[in-house]
Design a protein around this ligand. Structure first.
Ligand code: SF4
Length: 489
């Protein structure tokens, strides 16, 4: 069977902030990650003997007509479309338009189906919705549709039957080490880049998933932890290095350093492989000490992202972070002493946030002299503790509101305000922007730019990024014209 996997183009309206899409610059110029989930899904399908194509409308910024044109050329028997909860209606419109063009069944995959299977299954034209990771279940759906079986036999699926939604049991994934490696050969690998990455080409990689911690805002909180063996991680790195020339990996693990032992095992395996590669991770500060930082550096770790979240001990307690400001400070110092860049993740709009708690966050963050920061306004992601509290207050589920709007329609941003936050969205965004401004204007950041290794190490890549943007946009434009004026489809 021929299966087409589609990641939709990003949308110009940000449904959370109710204003023009802010991440447009980010996706076009700063951070273009490969569609790791779809590449993995493709690998499972190929292993089962299906022919697969991936359309990455997000990175290539493909108009829907260009995706329709490409779909027509491939002529698939099944379309699996990515739909996430941020902009579900627009995502659905994109992938369903593609499936309709070629007149084949559409199966939805992504965060929406994982969190709202029933609502996703009722979306127009959806034959089914993958409710888990969408790997083994994607293969099972393809097999059933090809051989005329019963969808109810597919684990990890929601589908409509006689005006009711049937939700089958959880997807059975087996041991992570037995999973095929992501089908990167199906991607335009030259289109992926990140300005904060030191060496290109780069790619992303999953060494583990899930997290036993219980941070109230985190979508990975209290999810089942799974991990690949260090040997299998290194094997994937070796293949990427040999076949695609990859020189840097961004681990997508929510928390790379779950224990000292696991971290040491992965680092030792990478060191032993003698691969000339670098990598970046996200880690918890309370598991980092001087010796772990040195080991990470020896293995090739160039940047660690750590959660700071707030500069107020009380707020950290409310977030269930279970670590002190002193712990964060010591981890940052240890990483910097080992020559590793540190990126701090900060949140504005935590429960009980006031100007006073935010000022402390700002002072603390600036005092750490980080290499980079990412500041976000807290939103109640589905399944998190703060989402549960919002519903307990009797407020409507903000994600369901987003499911019921017309495509392209902005939604009231205040619906996203978590319970216990009295500051309005607009003010929180002002504070976030203020922190960014103060950080980038701070003398320590300026000193970094002028005298040290980062953060503009990849700025020389901008011409290449510009060329990639031009190349992919021009291709999309031409395909759109061919499609509109009666091309191949
Ligand atoms: S924020 Fe990090 S430590 Fe906390 S639950 Fe999420 S992944 Fe785990």
């Amino acid at each position: 069977m021929k299966v087409l996997l589609v990641r939709p183009k990003p949308w110009l309206v940000d449904h959370i902030l109710n204003k023009p899409y802010q991440d447009k610059m980010d996706i076009l110029w700063v951070r273009r990650y490969p569609p790791a989930g779809l590449a993995h899904c493709a690998a499972f399908l190929e292993q089962a003997g299906h022919e697969v194509k991936i359309i990455d409308g997000e990175t290539l910024w493909l108009p829907v007509e260009a995706a329709q044109y490409e779909a027509g050329k491939f002529n698939p028997d099944l379309v699996i479309g990515q739909v996430n909860f941020m902009n579900p209606v627009d995502d659905h419109l994109y992938v369903s338009s593609v499936a309709r063009t070629v007149g084949v069944p559409l199966v939805l995959r992504g965060h929406l189906g994982r969190n709202y299977p029933e609502e996703a299954a009722l979306m127009d034209g959806a034959t089914g919705v993958l409710t888990g990771k969408g790997l083994v279940s994607a293969v099972d759906v393809a097999n059933v549709l090809e051989n005329g079986g019963d969808l109810a036999t597919v684990a990890g699926l929601a589908f409509r039957k006689n005006d009711k939604v049937v939700i089958t049991g959880p997807e059975r994934l087996g041991e992570p080490d037995s999973w095929p490696l992501p089908a990167r050969h199906l991607l335009d690998n030259g289109a992926y880049m990140c300005l904060a990455v030191r060496r290109h080409p780069f790619t992303t990689l999953h060494g583990s998933g899930g997290c036993p911690h219980r941070c109230v805002y985190c979508i990975d909180s209290k999810t089942r932890y799974w991990a690949r063996s260090p040997k299998s991680i290194v094997q994937e790195m070796e293949i990427c290095r040999k076949d695609l020339g990859i020189r840097e990996f961004s681990f997508l693990d929510p928390m790379f350093n779950i224990t000292e032992e696991r971290t040491a095992q992965v680092c030792e395996a990478i060191i032993k492989s003698k691969l000339d590669i670098s990598f970046t991770i996200k880690a918890r500060a309370d598991v980092i000490d001087g010796s772990m930082a040195k080991l990470l550096a020896r293995a090739g770790c160039t940047r660690v992202g750590i959660g700071i979240e707030s500069g107020s001990e009380e707020v950290l307690g409310d977030l269930h972070r279970e670590m002190s400001l002193g712990t964060i400070e010591r981890a940052v110092q240890a990483l910097k002493a080992a020559g590793i860049m540190v990126m701090g993740y900060v949140q504005v709009g935590n429960v009980g946030e006031t100007w006073s708690t935010f000022s402390r966050t700002m002072d603390f963050t600036l005092g750490l002299k980080l290499d980079l920061i990412a500041v976000g306004v807290t939103i109640p992601l589905p399944g998190t503790e703060i989402h549960r509290r919002l519903l307990e207050e009797g407020r409507p589920d903000p994600w369901l509101i987003r499911l019921r709007v017309k495509p392209g329609t902005p939604v009231d941003a205040e619906s996203m305000r978590p319970a216990g936050v009295d500051v309005g969205r607009e003010k929180l965004e002002e504070w976030r922007d203020l922190l960014y401004k103060r950080f980038f204007m701070h003398p320590s950041y300026m000193r970094n730019i002028v005298f040290t290794r980062q953060p503009w190490v990849s700025m020389h890549r901008l011409p290449k990024v510009a060329w990639t943007n031009f190349r992919t946009r021009a291709k999309g434009f031409l395909e759109k014209q061919v499609f509109i004026h009666g091309g191949i489809v």
